[in-house]
Design a protein around this ligand. Structure first.
Ligand code: MTE
Length: 301
């Protein structure tokens, strides 16, 4: 079903308390309303942002992982430049009472956008600090009205071999699929990113919609998403299926659990010379550790 109009009251969608909190947040003195070149307005969420130095835009836009285009890192900016990101539909489906196909621009209007500066840690050992622009996934999830049987959310990337040359090879199974437990998806840190550095996402960084889960390794943050599917059972996620001994479903950043081929104890913050220690849950333990009580994170990594 295609959503046609914009006349849904946002307070009905997000729940009154959340809406009021957000209004208070936006109204609070410390918050300025900013806007992108394309005219989208957003507020900077200082409370949730790190004040560590930001990685430069040029680094973040020129050093990528996006296997749909290449297994390289520096050629993706060029290979992805013609990816057609408008029009773009996102299907939200599965075990929910409110399934919809949203036009991406409709999604951009539905949810108030925030800038959040997050640490980002790739499983390969590099890290960055990125000012993302997006909306909390929780707001979209609430709007979908998950049924009680929905326990996970599956995120699916575009599958289009004409546009994505890497999909003509079998380095991974296509489409790229990632997944979160429903409570992880509802966590206030979990972001659906539509932009970075105050502008819409460059194609190579996952335009027009990508997931960002700052306490997990970067491979969880599926790019160029076309489907969010609410399911009962843990989804078969691309990297976990490809190499289960190397890439767990949870993928929580954990300096104590080595990748079989390298240690995860330290990381190379792009732009810095010396490596720095990696933090448990990428430094977000206070906010997220409670999600994993009772789970053995060495076995269920
Ligand atoms: N999403 C898709 N669809 N395909 C990919 O190959 N790579 C993942 C993640 N999302 C990937 C993806 C990995 S391994 C990382 S580290 C991040 O994207 C990299 O994001 P960046 O290029 O914006 O830094």
């Amino acid at each position: 079903m295609i959503e046609k109009d914009d006349d849904i009251n946002i307070s009905e969608i997000t729940g009154k308390t959340l809406y009021l909190n957000r209004r208070e947040f936006i109204a609070s003195a410390a918050v300025a309303v900013l806007s992108t070149k394309t005219g989208l307005s957003y507020v900077r969420n200082q409370d949730i942002s790190t004040n560590e130095g930001q990685t430069s835009f040029d680094v973040v836009a020129n050093y990528n992982n996006f296997y749909e285009f290449s297994m390289g890192k520096t050629d993706i900016i060029d290979l992805a430049k013609n990816l057609k990101v408008r029009p773009w539909s996102v299907s939200v489906e599965g075990l929910i009472n409110n399934p919809r196909v949203y036009d991406i621009d409709k999604l951009l209007r539905l949810f108030p956008l925030e800038e959040r500066i997050y640490r980002f840690r790739c499983v390969e050992g590099w890290s960055m600090v990125v000012p993302w622009l997006g909306f909390p996934l929780a707001e979209l999830v609430r709007r979908c009205q998950p049924q009680s049987s929905a326990r996970y959310v599956e995120f699916v990337t575009l599958h289009d071999t004409r546009q994505m040359p890497g999909q003509r090879t079998n380095v991974l199974t296509w489409p790229y699929v990632e997944g979160l437990r429903l409570d992880e998806a509802l966590h206030p840190l979990t972001l659906m990113a539509v932009g970075m550095y105050g502008e819409l996402l460059p194609n190579q960084n996952g335009a027009p919609l990508r997931l960002v889960v700052p306490w997990k390794y970067g491979f969880k943050s599926a790019k160029s998403i076309v489907t969010l599917r609410f399911v009962e059972h843990q989804p078969l996620t691309t990297w976990n299926v490809t190499s289960p001994k190397e890439y767990g479903f949870y993928a929580n950043v954990n300096p104590r659990v080595s990748h079989p081929r390298w240690s995860q104890a330290k990381e190379h913050r792009l732009g810095e010379f010396t490596k720095r220690p990696t933090m448990m849950f990428n430094g977000y333990a206070d906010q997220v550790a409670h999600l994993y009580t009772g789970i053995n994170l060495t076995r269920d990594f």
